[in-house]
Design a protein around this ligand. Structure first.
Ligand SMILES: Cc1cc2nc3c(=O)[nH]c(=O)nc-3n(C[C@H](O)[C@H](O)[C@H](O)COP(=O)(O)O)c2cc1C
Length: 216
């Protein structure tokens, strides 16, 4: 891996902004979108459990239906690809077992060698206090994937708008998530900024770095 320069990283952070107006005519090329999907899949998560699924919506009719439940924000219909992040509403013994099976397959090791790891996850997430907050915990993991997606998009010159301004219950209903074990938690519109989006050139509003970053 050839690291990018510090200047390139900061330039990408400055270039990225929460895009308000997308150019509906510009679509993300397939290879670029494949890399962004890979960024979602490769996102880190607690224990590696990946307690989420990503819905990538390109269907125009579905997006039109989501618009009124997205506070009327037109990014949902005008962007190239609309990602709905869903998080597990509960975590079962089977979910942990299928993860252990996957590790054993991918790394070609005996599942029995992972008993300690399985017990640790079980003790924390099924039998421990975190079992009471699985939806919140899973949602936090999904947000890490959101951050990873946005930074990855910026590095590839793709615009994005994270979206919390939506009605999760309505999304769950419309996307038939009820009863699936997953619920929508946040979204991200991806595509290319329209020429007239004034937010692209507004200075970024951030507190001074020394109010946010403390060295100990
Ligand atoms: C989790 C999250 C949810 C957000 N929801 C929305 C949204 O629904 N609509 C919107 O236009 N911007 C949304 N934003 C964008 C923020 O307002 C924006 O990131 C912030 O004002 C900083 O501006 P910048 O991203 O352009 O630097 C959201 C940002 C985050 C991180």
């Amino acid at each position: 891996m050839n690291p990018i320069s510090t200047e390139q990283l900061t330039a990408a952070q400055e270039w990225r902004y929460a895009t308000k107006i997308f150019d509906p005519a510009r679509k993300i090329p397939a290879a670029t979108m494949a890399a962004l999907e890979e960024a979602l899949v490769l996102s880190p998560s607690s224990f590696g459990l990946q307690p989420y699924q990503f819905l990538i919506i390109t269907d125009r009719a579905v997006r039109e239906k989501l618009l009124p439940f997205t506070w009327g924000q037109k990014q949902v219909t005008d962007c190239s690809h609309y990602v709905v992040f869903t998080a597990r509403t509960q975590l079962s013994e089977e979910n942990i077992a299928s993860f252990i099976k996957r590790i054993a397959e991918v790394r070609d090791i005996a599942p029995d060698s992972l008993t300690g790891y399985r017990d640790m996850m079980h003790g924390n997430l099924i039998a421990g206090p975190r079992s009471n907050v699985i939806p919140e915990w899973a949602t936090r993991q999904a947000y890490i994937a959101l951050g990873n997606l946005m930074t990855s998009a910026a590095l590839l010159g793709v615009d994005a708008c994270p979206i919390e301004g939506f009605e999760p219950e309505k999304y769950d209903e419309m996307l038939t998530l009820n009863g699936s074990g997953f619920a929508s938690c946040v979204c991200c519109a991806l595509g290319y900024r329209a020429a007239g989006d004034k937010y692209a050139t507004l200075p970024k509003v951030r507190f001074p770095a020394d109010e946010l970053v403390h060295r100990i």
